[in-house]
Ligand binder design. Structure first.
Ligand code: GAR
Length: 218
């Protein structure tokens, strides 16, 4: 079966990109990463792409007068590379509805919270301030509204006494690295399908799977 040609957009260190590259290194993985594009010159993730022998490109948003001009250049580059599916992995530019609509149902994002809680920036501090006892990460299809598209998958982790934003971010990031490749696998294989604005999973967690914090004592 032909693998789905996937482009990854980054802005920074690219640890989620690395998780996707590692998964896609298996020829049985249904998505092939064909290019990585950063909007920031010198982003750490570009070196990860180069190390994996994958086209590492920069489309510097600062080189364009308008958001639309930047996005047109991004779109052209994705098309040049024959990209069918886009993964945002720590891509920190807001995308206009014009760009998002060109990739409806074909663009994924990862966000470090259990959406729809804590959209936007500063997620971990806001989760701590709210006193939640579980937090985590979400992978969703990108829609015009930020962090609001149909959810493909989520990973939950406990918030521990003494956690600060950095400690929480580190544990959520570990969960992200497990979640994102699996969501990409399900989308690329057609196991996860968009139906009526929601995602239906062919392979979901076992019905008895449960994370309770505090854990019940027997
Ligand atoms: C990740 O935690 C990702 O969820 C977050 O940026 C980090 C990127 O790390 N994305 C967002 O906050 C998007 N709203 P990485 O470059 O090591 O993958």
């Amino acid at each position: 079966m032909a693998r789905v040609r996937t482009g990854v957009l980054i802005s920074g260190r690219g640890s989620n990109l690395q998780a996707l590259l590692d998964a896609a290194a298996n020829p049985d993985f249904p998505a092939e990463i064909v290019c990585v594009i950063s909007n920031r010159p010198g982003a750490g993730g570009l070196a990860r792409a180069e190390a994996a022998g994958i086209a590492a490109l920069t489309v510097d948003h600062k080189a364009f007068g308008t958001r639309e001009a930047f996005e047109n250049a991004l779109h052209a580059e994705l098309q040049n590379q024959g990209v069918e599916l886009v993964c945002l992995a720590g891509f920190m530019r807001l995308l206009t509805p014009g760009f998002v609509n060109r990739w409806t149902g074909r663009m994924l994002n990862i966000h470090p919270s259990l959406l729809p809680s804590f959209k936007g920036v500063d997620t971990h501090q806001r989760a701590l301030d709210a006193g939640v006892k579980l937090t985590g990460a979400s992978v969703h299809f990108v829609s015009a509204e930020m962090d609001a598209g149909p959810i493909i998958g989520q990973a939950a982790i406990p918030v521990l006494p003494g956690d600060d934003a950095d400690a929480l971010a580190a544990r959520v990031l570990g969960a992200e690295h497990q979640l994102y490749p699996e969501c990409l696998r399900q989308v690329a294989s057609g196991e996860a399908r968009l139906e009526g604005g929601h995602v239906i999973l062919a392979h979901a967690a076992a019905p008895q799977a449960l994370l309770v914090n505090p854990p019940p004592r027997s």
